[in-house]
Write a new protein. Structure first.
Ligand SMILES: [Zn+2]
Ligand SMILES: [Zn+2]
Length: 66
């Protein structure tokens, strides 16, 4: 189910399209819970935390559309 707050895909000024962002835990931002309702999409804990103990999204890389 896609969140209405999901900012992706997002287009950068240089024209690249960002489909998602990678967290330091190795999972995607869309796989993290929202931190605050409607204002911090995907910045909470990893929804895959049954297997992953990540408590907070930490930006690692852009997932760029190719
Ligand atoms: Zn994470
Ligand atoms: Zn994770």
């Amino acid at each position: 189910m896609q969140s209405p707050n999901n900012p992706f895909p997002a287009t950068l000024k240089d024209g690249r399209v960002i489909l998602d962002e990678r967290c330091a835990c190795g999972h995607l931002r869309t796989e993290h819970q929202d931190r605050l309702r409607g204002t911090a999409f995907g910045h909470g804990r990893c929804k895959l935390s049954r297997f992953c103990h990540c408590n907070k999204f930490t930006w690692s890389a852009h997932i760029v559309k190719t």
